[in-house]
Design a protein around this ligand. Structure first.
Ligand SMILES: N[C@@H](CCC(=O)N[C@@H](CS)C(=O)NCC(=O)O)C(=O)O
Length: 271
């Protein structure tokens, strides 16, 4: 029996990695358990017993919890052989893991900061966040969120996000320049299922042009990936709409020029 504890929201990047991977594997027989952060479901003792870090998602397979979204995606891939979401060759698998490590270490904190400085900062009351910070086990996450809420675009985490994603998209552009459709070659892999929800948030806040302006290959890659049924299904979730009047888009559009300026200034300051 396969169960997934997750947030059913378009900008819940970690949950959506699992949902997209399940869809790409064609696995439909799983039981959803919705977690609501506003109700603080993730701090309840029942949930903490399967995820002591109080984060979503958690996959439970025959009663055994699997945590960490990229590990969950890998686990889902290995549950069923077809279609494989990892290349056969050992060296290619090592390269795939390098991409995923970057998405966990650079991509995720970057998206969390950029989503916080746009949408969250304007929508979630400070008291709600302060209550959450007192319960959150992960100090690094608390410090990041506090920095972004207090300093806004001046937060060092916003610059980390802008620069980190610039590095990721540059590497993607170079990789895709030989005409391959997907990062690892002809076949979609866990690289796509792990990156898609992250890039989708940048799309929702309308910031993608900050990085895509002179990167046609990566823009095409996202066009193909964003239109996969597995990714499009997230549009049904609460909180997402592609239109320019959505809350995410409105919160992002007012800050996009500043984001571009800050990244350009950083790049110009480099030797
Ligand atoms: N490294 C973890 C991070 C999980 C994570 O931070 N999930 C967010 C949602 S995307 C969460 O649970 N947030 C709870 C909170 O902010 O209190 C993973 O990849 O699973």
């Amino acid at each position: 029996m396969l169960e997934l504890y997750y947030l059913k929201e378009a900008d819940s990047v970690c949950s959506n990695r699992a949902v997209i991977t399940l869809a790409e594997k064609g696995i439909k027989d799983w039981t959803p358990h919705y977690i609501e952060l506003l109700k603080e479901d993730h701090f309840k003792s029942e949930y903490l017993s399967i995820n002591p870090k109080a984060v979503v998602p958690t996959l439970v397979h025959n009663g055994n919890p699997v945590r960490e979204s990229s590990i969950i995606c890998d686990y889902i891939d290995e549950l069923k052989s077809d279609p494989p979401l990892k290349p056969e060759s050992l060296i290619e698998r090592a390269h795939l893991r390098e991409w995923i490590k970057d998405s966990d270490e650079i991509g995720f904190p970057g998206i969390a900061a950029l989503n916080f400085v746009t949408r969250f900062r304007s929508a979630v009351p400070l008291e709600t966040l302060e209550r959450r910070w007192k319960k959150q086990p992960d100090l690094e996450k608390t410090l990041r969120q506090q920095s972004v809420i207090q300093k806004g675009m001046d937060s060092e985490w916003v610059l980390r996000g802008l620069v980190g994603w610039d590095r990721i998209f540059k590497k993607m552009e170079d990789t895709l320049s030989d005409g391959r459709p997907w990062i690892m070659g002809d076949t979609l892999t866990l690289v796509e299922t792990c990156y898609a929800p992250l890039v989708k948030v940048l799309d929702m806040i309308k910031w993608l042009d900050v990085w895509f302006e002179h990167r046609p290959n990566v823009a095409q890659w996202w066009d193909n990936l964003g239109n996969r049924p597995s990714v499009l299904e997230l549009d049904e979730y609460e909180g997402h709409t592609a239109d320019l009047n959505s809350d995410h888009a409105k919160a992002g559009i007012v800050l996009v020029d500043e984001a571009r300026d800050r990244l350009e200034r950083y790049n110009a300051s480099r030797i």
